[in-house]
Design a protein around this ligand. Sequence first.
Ligand SMILES: CSC[C@H]1O[C@@H](n2cnc3c(O)ncnc32)[C@H](O)[C@@H]1O
Ligand SMILES: [Zn+2]
Length: 434
Amino acid sequence: MADNTILIKNALILNPENNIEGKKDLLIKNDLIDEIADEIPEDKADKIIDATDKILLPGLVNTHTHLSMTLFRGLADDLALDEWLNENIWPVEANLNGYYCYIGALLGAVELIKSGTTTFSDMYFYMEDVAKAVDESGLRAVLSYGMIDFGDEEKRKAEIEENMNLFKNCNDTADGRIKVFFGPHSPYTASEELLKEVRRLADETGIGIHIHVSETQKEIDDVSAEKGLRPFEYLDSIGLLGPDVVCAHSVWLSDREIEIIKEKDVKISHNPCSNMKLASGIAPVSKLLENDICVAIGTDGASSNNNLDLIEELKTASLLQKVATLDPKVLTSDEAVAMGTINGARALGLDDEIGTVEVGKKADLILIDTNCANMVPDSSNLSSNIIYAANGSNVDTTICNGQILMENKELTTLDEQEIYQKAREAIDQLKKAI
Ligand SMILES: CSC[C@H]1O[C@@H](n2cnc3c(O)ncnc32)[C@H](O)[C@@H]1O
Ligand SMILES: [Zn+2]
């Protein structure tokens, strides 16, 4: 079969941790970045993309979301987590089916592609239907089935079986773009027995773990009352924690818990918009970064955010740390770019493949248009322009695994109008069932 070759010309490259000076050409061969040079001849490629006035950076990595929850955007606003989940979201989720989750995931995929995310880590229900949406969209994803047993043994077995079936049926599918993790929901919904079994199976299979931890003060109080330990102390005491664990939120942390996170090389997915909207609190991100802990970024679901724009999320993360510490020097735009790219790749165990613009890595790349009112004048500091001035709507081109998913703001793999229509119908039907 002939090679897929794409030549991107004249791009300013923003690369986390290792900047590339001046305008460059970049050649994609099949799914990989093949060459980066001052000038690459046009006859080396079948397809040319002119990146004049555009900034090229690694595709963004959203390390915590519930993609199908796009259907619930705006459904239950202005509530704290407990009331939001127990009285609003879980009753609606009880009426979900595979089709709804598929349509919600397609809607989320459109939003991710349009705002520059090429990889996302998802925890939800009907995950084989979500995998179908990932396959069709061309995105890269880490998928976990969200396991909740509330101490019920039968439920526990069924939940673990569901996640294992997802692993057997979907891991390494979609040309290797889909990986499967375990998704125990949280220390307050998953029993000790479930968490211990997850650790055993993670060691056996080599797959990672995605879990919500220490999101609210109520969680700290409840777990402390039941276990006599704070959430990270408890998870450590039962052996769950390790470098393959990605913890979402992690807002309320004692100094001892930060030590545990560091010692065990646990990865943190920071979700500032969701934490602000549900009034959960402010995660001590600058302290975590000072301790060399890998902090990545996530949007959480579109019902607690209410969008999946990762550039907006990174700006929020940066500004929130500045105001929380009253120090404008913390969480710089360079650190924010790393959070949205290479740190996300590390959290998901994909840093050999994605997260930087480097020859030999997967061609997961985005182009951001600077010929827009909010991006002029061009800043000599590219990360400043991307984090503080841009937003997802400045993304012009999105490429994942060497495949163009959007060019000049036009989607190539998904029909967005058809998806909007189906999503509207799906939520109308769901509302009737409530
Ligand atoms: C069992 S699948 C995932 C489960 O998590 C719920 N969820 C969404 N956002 C949050 C959050 O911020 N904290 C805890 N749980 C959350 C989602 O609605 C699903 O039920
Ligand atoms: Zn979540």
